[in-house]
Every structure is written in structure tokens, then in C-alpha cells.
Design a binder for this molecule. Structure first.
Ligand SMILES: [Mg+2]
Length: 344
């Protein structure tokens, strides 16, 4: 009865119907047995990443469309695989939901919040050919989605944060700050509605476009694979927290310094320099390459921009700096702290 009330059985059946029976060279068995069975290929390392998304921390039920929450949960994990140059093999999802989110209701009357969450998640999974091979579902006082991504990469060929070298050049895919600008637009929209104490209308097509980098980020799997297969990059990380913070991670792990040229940054239209440096959640790839290596201007349709260079540590410490018209200044790690600002 409890499970029925929660809608768990119906939801599980619905998911299984939608996912089907994923089979392929990597997956022997998907949803339905006690475990999924994956088959490792010879000569490959297995890449595993987990990402926890919690209402009020990584998303807000009152702000984000359920499709975007599902999309973003998977995009975070896929972006980690992209940063390692791994190809995705399978996704696993543990979902904890308040019961009302599994019941039909709202604007799309036949669909529950959970159905729409899966629309977003499975849509992105399909576009990257990643099967959802298992997971767990439970009633929870807070909406929580924990995603596990399994990937594979030729042995010893994964792109790492720890292998950038002094003298390397620093590159980034796509444009920066779009997600930060989108979040700010969303925040402003919610604040103005609150002041007017009106209910929130559906997001218009136009607004959806400017919010897209925040709501529907595109993980750079093809670009990561390209860099890995051609052995172009010496080091790589994905931009989840923001360029300033993620570059500090890369420098700390590689024990190098870095200088970013502010004028070279590919800032997303409508975004500020601050959003490009600290906005976070752009899910672009930040990578390094030896100066003699030719990096294409676009990889699989996405632009690649040289934004700086890697140097030696100074007094045994990694130093990250920004070159502007005023000269060189320290670039502090001021990346996005999820929703801690709004909650505190
Ligand atoms: Mg990452």
C-alpha cells in the first residue's frame, strides 16, 4: 500500500518501459535483475564518477523545470567522463522523492514531476547513447538524485588534472559565463514574481533560450574523446565550479602555475567577465597542450580558444593570475557555491 501510494511501482514500471532492455557490447544486462552486468573490454580502464543533486543545493524545485533537473543531473556526470576523455558506458540513478512528485498533476496533468524529470534525463542520455542500466527509488522528505556514470578509456590514456606541464598552453571549449548569466536571469525572474506575489508562469520560448546554458548544459563528450584519441592534451578538467576555481584545482594537482589572458576569454553573449571566471556550471572543458601541438579551432562543432599559459610554481606554490589591461593580478578561486548563498 505504501509503495502504491508513493507511486513507486507504477513509476518503476514506467521507467523500465521507457528504458527498454539496453544491450550492447558493453552491457550484458540492464534493469531487471539484482545487478546490471557490464562487460569490460580488453585494454581499457573503467572510469567511475558520482554526482549528488539535492533540492535547495544543486537545484530548486520552485525554480527549475523538472526536465532541466533531470538533464542537469546526468550532464554533471557525463561532463566528468568528458574531462577524462572517457566514452560513456552506462548510467545508474538513485532517486529519493517526496510522494507528491510521483503523482500526476500540474500543468501536464497526466505526467508527474518524476515523469518530466525522466524526460530530461533520458533525452540527454539518448543523445549521447548512454543507457540507464539501473538504479534505486525511495520516498524521501527532500528531492535527491544521485547519478553514477561508468565510462571506459584506453588503458593509461585518461586525461588527468595532474599532468599539465610548465610551458603548456591553456585552452577552453565553447563559451564561458552563459550558465552564470542564465542563473542570474532565473533568480531575477523568481524575485520579481515573489514581489508581485503572482504565480510563476511557464518559461517562454525566448527566456528559455537565454536560460538554456544554465538549464540544459551540453557535456563535451565528443571533444574530450577527440583530445584523448589524438593525444593532444597534457591535462584536462571540466568547468563545473567555474574557471577560477577549476583552474586552481588543475594547478594544484599538476603543481604548476597558470596565467589567463582576460582579453582572450570566450565570454558568452550576455554574460559578464565575472560570470565567465566565477559563474560555474558551464561544463566546458579546460585543457592544456604542449606549445608545439596544433589544436583545431573547432572540435565536433564547438569552438576551442587559447586563453593562457602554464608556468612553473613560484616558491613551491601554484600561482593563478589574470592578465588584464591593468597588468597581472591574482585570480582567486571564487567559483560558484551552489545555492548556499540563497539558503544562508
Ligand atoms: Mg569534474
Amino acid at each position: 500500500m505504501r509503495a502504491k501510494q508513493f507511486g513507486e511501482i507504477a513509476l518503476l514500471e514506467g521507467i523500465r518501459r521507457r528504458v527498454g532492455a539496453p544491450r550492447g557490447p558493453d552491457i550484458r544486462l540492464g534493469i531487471g535483475d539484482d545487478c546490471a552486468l557490464l562487460r569490460a573490454r580488453q585494454g581499457e580502464d573503467i572510469a567511475v564518477t558520482t554526482d549528488l543533486s539535492i533540492d535547495g543545493r544543486h537545484f530548486r524545485l520552485d525554480w527549475h523545470p523538472p526536465e532541466a533537473i533531470g538533464h542537469r543531473a546526468l550532464a554533471r556526470g557525463l561532463s566528468d567522463l568528458a574531462a577524462m576523455g572517457a566514452r560513456p558506458v552506462a548510467a545508474f540513478l538513485s532517486l529519493g522523492l517526496p510522494p507528491q512528485l510521483t503523482r500526476p498533476g500540474g500543468r501536464k496533468a497526466q505526467h508527474s514531476w518524476a515523469d518530466r524529470f525522466f524526460d530530461g534525463l533520458l533525452g540527454l542520455a539518448k543523445s549521447h547513447g548512454v543507457p540507464l542500466a539501473g538504479g534505486d527509488l525511495a520516498e524521501s522528505p527532500v528531492a535527491v538524485a544521485d547519478i553514477v556514470l561508468i565510462g571506459a578509456v584506453p588503458r593509461n590514456r585518461a586525461l588527468l588534472r595532474s599532468t599539465a606541464k610548465p610551458g603548456d598552453l591553456l585552452y577552453v571549449t565553447g563559451r564561458l559565463g552563459g550558465a552564470g548569466a542564465g542563473l542570474e536571469a532565473l533568480e531575477a525572474r523568481m524575485a520579481s514574481r515573489k514581489r508581485q506575489s503572482r504565480s510563476i508562469p511557464p518559461i517562454s520560448h525566448r527566456l528559455r533560450e537565454s536560460l538554456a546554458p544554465h538549464l540544459y548544459p551540453q557535456p563535451r563528450l565528443a571533444q574530450g574523446l577527440f583530445l584523448q584519441r589524438r593525444r593532444l592534451a597534457t591535462g584536462a578538467i571540466d568547468l563545473s565550479d567555474g574557471l577560477s576555481t577549476d583552474l586552481h584545482h588543475l594547478c594544484a594537482e599538476s603543481r604548476v602555475s597558470a596565467q589567463v589572458d582576460a582579453a582572450a576569454l570566450p565570454i558568452h553573449p550576455g554574460a559578464t567577465l565575472d560570470q565567465a571566471l566565477n559563474g560555474g556550471e558551464d561544463y566546458e572543458l579546460l585543457f592544456t597542450a604542449a606549445p608545439a601541438v596544433r589544436i583545431p579551432r573547432t572540435i565536433a562543432g564547438v569552438t576551442v580558444t587559447r586563453i593562457g599559459r602554464i608556468g612553473a610554481m613560484s616558491r613551491r606554490r601554484p600561482v593563478v593570475s589574470l592578465l588584464t589591461t591593468r597588468g597581472q593580478e591574482p585570480l582567486a578561486p571564487r567559483g560558484w557555491q551552489h545555492f548556499s548563498r540563497q539558503l544562508s
